[in-house]
Design a protein around this ligand. Structure first.
Ligand code: PHE
Length: 352
């Protein structure tokens, strides 16, 4: 094998390619010359028999041969349309539309928001308006004006998240720290302070408590508060609204029961339960075999609270209630761990 042999061979092979008139012929050429067991590979194999002194020149000529043949082949393949054929034979189909980006369905509601909205719309149908308030509150609205005594345990660091009112604030300073609201009740105070009476409002929103996080309790959850203040409002009105809400939300056949309770800002205070909608009061795992589900805390607005908000308790009276949304949503959808609501796992969220 000499340099001139290889040059002759180069023009011979490129000539064959040149004359090919179909992709079929090109394919045959490839199988004969370009594959691993083809004639060009055989020439490389022969290189070891070439005398040492001519080897560099012969090797160079052989590389040039291969390059020239491959280039000619690619060029011919293009001109015969083989290039397109090659693309369609490859495992990537460039004509396929791309896969959809996995997002929750557009406008998809979070299960907590669905439950909250459903509750709100029941109250709106009963003539309530919807009000909102800040999540970072001052002590006055979250506690003081709701008649919490100065030494109430809710004011303890163990129960409440405090927020420094300024960067240089220190514990023990005269200025009270701000809080992440521990309930939606401070918005009651804001509504009453505004002086626009009568009031008939529900207040949905997030609240925060310094809880040990578990399957049943989160440090941040949703509440729905209600407040009605007018002349001649009584516990009978509260009971009527509670009953109507329960029938609409838990089913026509549900019944309620009221138990005495305690909140600093209501007097008297009650706890309202609804008959378990799963077992219809017979007792099951969801209602812990009691036949009843706790729905909300409520009561008549304490005269001290009305006074502190500038409302004369001799003329006006009111009731308030507050319910947790997360546990209601857990029961409704059979969710066993409250943390699933906020972990943003699409496998969970897409089930709703
Ligand atoms: N704020 C109370 C709580 O978070 C609930 C409540 C609201 C009770 C209104 C009575 C009246 O537990």
């Amino acid at each position: 094998m000499t340099v001139s042999d290889l040059q002759a061979r180069t023009s011979e092979l490129t000539g064959v390619i040149e004359r090919a008139s179909s992709t079929q012929e090109l394919e045959e050429f490839k199988l004969a010359h370009l594959v691993r067991k083809g004639s060009i590979a055989a020439l490389f194999e022969d290189l070891k028999n070439v005398p040492k002194d001519t080897k560099p020149a012969v090797g160079k000529a052989l590389n040039e041969l291969r390059k020239a043949v491959e280039e000619k082949f690619a060029e011919k393949e293009q001109s015969l349309g083989g290039g397109v054929k090659k693309a369609s034979q490859s495992s990537i189909d460039l004509t396929l539309p791309s896969r959809p980006i996995p997002v929750s369905a557009p406008g998809h509601e979070h299960p907590l928001i669905s439950v909250l909205n459903e509750m709100v719309s029941i109250f709106v149908d009963m003539g309530f308006s919807v009000a909102y308030g800040p999540e970072v509150e001052d002590d006055e609205h979250n506690f003081t004006k709701l008649n919490f005594p100065a030494d109430h345990p809710a004011r303890d660091m163990q129960d409440t998240f405090f927020v420094k009112p300024s960067a240089d604030w220190k514990v023990g300073s005269d200025v009270k720290p701000l809080v992440l609201r521990t309930h939606t009740s401070p918005v009651q105070v804001r509504l009453m302070e505004s002086g626009k009476l009568p009031i008939r409002a529900v207040i949905p929103g997030r609240v925060y408590r310094n809880e040990a996080i578990s399957a049943r309790s989160a440090a941040c959850f949703f509440q729905l508060e209600g407040l009605v203040v007018d002349k001649g409002v009584s516990m009978a009105d509260l009971k009527g609204v509670a009953e109507s809400f329960s029938k609409q939300f838990y089913g026509e056949d549900s019944t309620i029961r009221l138990r005495p309770s305690f909140f600093p800002f209501t007097e008297p205070s009650i706890e309202c339960d609804v008959s378990c909608y799963i077992c219809k009061g017979k007792g099951c795992r969801i209602c812990k075999h009691s036949g009843w589900l706790e729905v909300f805390g409520a009561g008549m607005v304490h005269p001290n609270v009305l006074k502190m908000c500038g409302i004369d308790p001799e003329i006006y009276s009111g009731y308030a209630f507050g319910m947790g949304i997360d546990r209601t949503a857990m029961m409704r959808y059979g969710v066993s761990d409250i943390r699933l609501f906020t972990e943003n796992d699409l496998r969970f969220l897409e089930q709703f």
